[in-house]
Ligand binder design. Structure first.
Ligand code: CAA
Length: 258
């Protein structure tokens, strides 16, 4: 069994973290699986949306602490760097990634979810950066993405205390897009993925670029960047199809592949 399993159906790629016995803790095999996920999306142009979910009672309980105990500083740095690069690639690829958080999303698990474009959590999910409890600090973007998502002070509190927050609190803080019933998680995430997969793949990719890259710019630079991407979207075949379909009062037929 692979540590990350893939299943593709109608343009939606499910990536399942599959180490339930260790609450899907991130070891080298999981990192390799995440790298494979990025490569798959880059190569398989029919993938329109990715959903990451965890097998068992956790989404992911963070880096594998048992692996860390056996690692030299150099080895730990290397695995964290590979994880960090895979998560950066999540932001760069032109396909939205949805984290379907079915339980604990702690440490590296919270970091993984935050690097996804959307987070749907089941009502029993918990989020947190508990690294401080074991004498280390987050290493895959926890102190950085969390501060940008929930604000400076709240991120500081979560990273300093290691406290866990509920899915409901995470939603209130803007960390999570929506909270759904545990038994409806897959169905709700799939519904969201299908809604996005029906749009123009060009426009979807450009929205992702505009939001993710623009977020790192000043407002003025971001808006100028958006104008250029708007022009790119305007030049696509899908733009002609979308606007014609509106005028002709019919459903647009967008390209199926990116
Ligand atoms: N690494 C390795 N194994 C882990 C693990 C982890 N992060 N989290 C859980 N496990 C293992 C446990 O050791 C246990 O295995 P055994 O049965 O062999 O003992 C199994 O998964 C089940 O876990 P628990 O019995 O602890 O389950 P629980 O329901 O009582 O508690 C939990 C769940 C609160 C999530 C608890 O497991 C926990 O606190 N886990 C560690 C969370 C953590 O500290 N994460 C941060 C890791 S460091 C990091 O992520 C750095 C980074 O920035 C990348």
């Amino acid at each position: 069994m692979a540590a990350v399993e893939f299943e593709k159906e109608n343009g939606i790629l499910w990536a399942k973290l599959n180490r339930p016995e260790a609450l899907n803790a991130i070891n080298e095999d999981v990192v390799e699986g995440l790298e494979k996920l990025v490569e798959k999306v880059r190569n398989e142009r029919d993938i329109r949306v990715v959903i990451i979910i965890g097998e068992g009672k956790a989404f992911c309980a963070g880096a594998d602490i048992k692996m860390f105990l056996r690692s030299s500083t150099f080895e730990a740095r290397e695995i964290i760097e590979r994880l960090g690069k895979a998560l950066e690639a999540f932001e760069d690829i032109d396909v939205p990634i949805i984290a379907a958080v079915n339980g604990f999303a702690l440490g590296g698990g919270c970091e993984m979810a935050m690097a996804c474009d959307l987070i749907v959590a089941s009502e029993n999910a918990f989020f947190g950066q508990p690294e401080i409890n074991i004498g280390i600090i987050p290493g895959a973007g926890g102190t950085q993405r969390l501060a940008r998502l929930v604000g400076w002070k709240k991120a500081m509190e979560l990273c300093l205390t290691g406290n866990r927050i509920s899915a409901q609190e995470a939603e209130r803080l803007g960390l999570v897009n929506r909270v759904v019933k545990q038994e409806e998680l897959k169905e709700e995430v799939l519904k969201l993925a299908k809604t996005i997969a029906e749009k123009s793949p060009t426009a979807v990719g450009l929205v992702k670029q505009a939001v993710n890259r623009g977020f790192k710019m000043s407002l003025r630079d971001g808006v100028a960047y958006e104008r250029d991407l708007f022009a790119l979207s305007f030049a696509s075949e899908d733009a002609k199809e979308g606007m014609s379909a509106f005028v002709e009062k019919r459903i647009p037929e967008f390209r199926k592949k990116r």
